[in-house]
Design a protein around this ligand. Structure first.
Ligand code: PLP
Length: 428
């Protein structure tokens, strides 16, 4: 078989997977070690045909996966490896360029600059920010806090008790001290804590458990007065700002020093793709620029390796650019609005049903709710075990609550309705 034939077979597999994904179980019911036991324990001595690999992939690997691209994946933050994203990943793999510096792939760097400018416009971010792509929000936040530390070493980082643990990890790596700030009754950071010894503050727009939105403007005012770096973690909810009616969530962000949004969460781009903007790129360079005689630079060109921890960088801009082009502003808005509409509908069903309650204000496409008397962890576990939906739980005010996170581009109202049916069946 030629590469061309193998490529056709792989494309055929992908096309039928995308067409029929909703018919598969979302979560695999395998036991630990089961998949490994089905595969040879030693590598092959002789080259095997790709067709054999594709067969094992289809028969052994895929049935052992949790299908994140499934329209009834409602756990964590649902995401989408959309058709344009899949196609662009194929092209990226074929090129296999390394976007570590301008010289090593000029178009990769320039497309990354352009795409980040486009996305900043789509989200209504201020003009003139410096943007680049990291693999994940964890790395973006690490980079932002390293930049903050370059300006103000040795202090504390303040983040709400609802902030994502990526903040805690970054703080540990940077040998700073994390101070967790309490939240109000809607899980928003209380903004009036002392800032004297602060290196940075992290505000979250769309916290992981409840999608609460910290008061960015108030925090920005205080940070600017005190000369403290404000980083905004909008990994999930930032994407909502493609719709003007959700821009409120980024109010004040123009006064922040950095902001991260993950297109690989709610902007239809395959994992991994995390976009980080800053108005202080010099501080990122202070934290990360390094010289190696083996790596030349071009005068006047941007080398993204100087803005984050990694040297080797995938050409991630290609998939984001492709998604932005193939959806267009209107397509992105339509998809985000549809997810929020579905979430609002689900919220109504929960509110209308005795014995169920909403556990946190719903701002976007994620609904936190609970059954008042049954074991909510058990409901989520049983619902997921049906293979029909995947939901997860979190804890709010010491209670276990179920989260329905809508964010997959193929999710229809019927899928959300099915989730509600399955959950109620599980209680019965
Ligand atoms: N920040 C928030 C608010 C998140 O919800 C998450 C993950 O869900 C992250 C950061 C970390 O994202 P990543 O997996 O891209 O590191």
């Amino acid at each position: 078989m030629s590469f061309r034939d193998d490529l056709a077979a792989a494309s055929e597999w992908v096309a039928s997977y995308v067409e029929t994904i909703g018919e598969r179980p979302v979560v695999s019911e395998v036991s630990p070690g089961e998949i490994r036991a089905k595969l040879p324990s030693a590598p092959p001595d002789k080259a095997e045909p790709f067709a054999d690999v594709l067969r094992d992939f289809d028969e052994v690997i895929v049935p052992g996966l949790t299908l994140w691209n499934h329209p009834r994946f409602f756990a964590f933050f649902a995401n989408t490896g959309s058709e344009p994203g899949i196609l662009a990943e194929l092209l990226t793999a074929a090129l296999n360029v390394n976007a570590m510096s301008w010289l090593t792939s000029p178009a990769a760097t320039e497309l990354e600059q352009l795409t980040l400018d486009w996305l900043a416009q789509l989200l209504g971010l201020p003009a003139g920010l410096h943007g680049h792509i990291e693999d994940t929000a964890s790395t973006s936040t690490l980079a932002a806090l390293a930049a903050a530390r370059a300006l103000r070493p040795g202090g504390a980082v303040y983040a709400s008790e609802q902030s994502h643990f990526s903040v805690e990890k970054a703080v540990r790596l940077l040998d700073l001290e994390l101070r967790k700030v309490p939240v109000d009754d809607e899980f928003r950071m209380l903004p009036d804590f002392p800032l004297d010894d602060a290196t940075a503050v992290v505000a979250t727009v769309g916290t992981t458990s409840s999608t609460s939105v910290d008061p960015v403007r108030r925090l920005a005012e205080r940070c600017n007065q005190a000369g403290v770096w404000l980083h905004v973690d909008a990994a999930y909810a930032g994407s909502a700002a493609v719709c003007p009616e959700f821009r409120w969530c980024l109010d004040g962000v123009e006064e922040a020093d950095s902001i991260v949004v993950n297109p690989h969460k709610w902007l239809f781009t395959p994992i991994d793709c995390s976009t980080l903007w800053t108005r202080r790129p010099d501080a990122l360079r202070d934290a990360f620029a390094a010289h190696g005689d083996y790596l030349p630079s071009r005068e006047g060109a941007v080398d993204f390796r100087d803005h984050g921890p990694a040297l080797g960088r995938r050409f991630r801009a290609l998939k984001l650019w492709t998604v932005l082009r193939c959806y267009g502003r209107e397509g992105l808005q339509e998809s985000i609005r549809e997810h929020v509409r579905q979430a609002a509908l689900f919220e109504e069903w929960v509110r209308a049903e005795p014995a169920w309650e909403i556990s946190a204000p719903r701002h976007f496409s994620t609904v936190c709710f609970r059954h008042q008397s049954a074991d909510n962890d058990e409901i989520a576990r049983a619902a997921t075990a049906t293979g029909r939906i995947f939901v997860a739980t979190t804890r709010l005010r010491g209670q276990s609550v179920i989260r329905l996170a809508i964010g997959n581009g193929w999710t229809q109202e019927a899928d959300v309705r099915e989730a509600w049916e399955v959950l109620r069946e599980c209680v019965r």
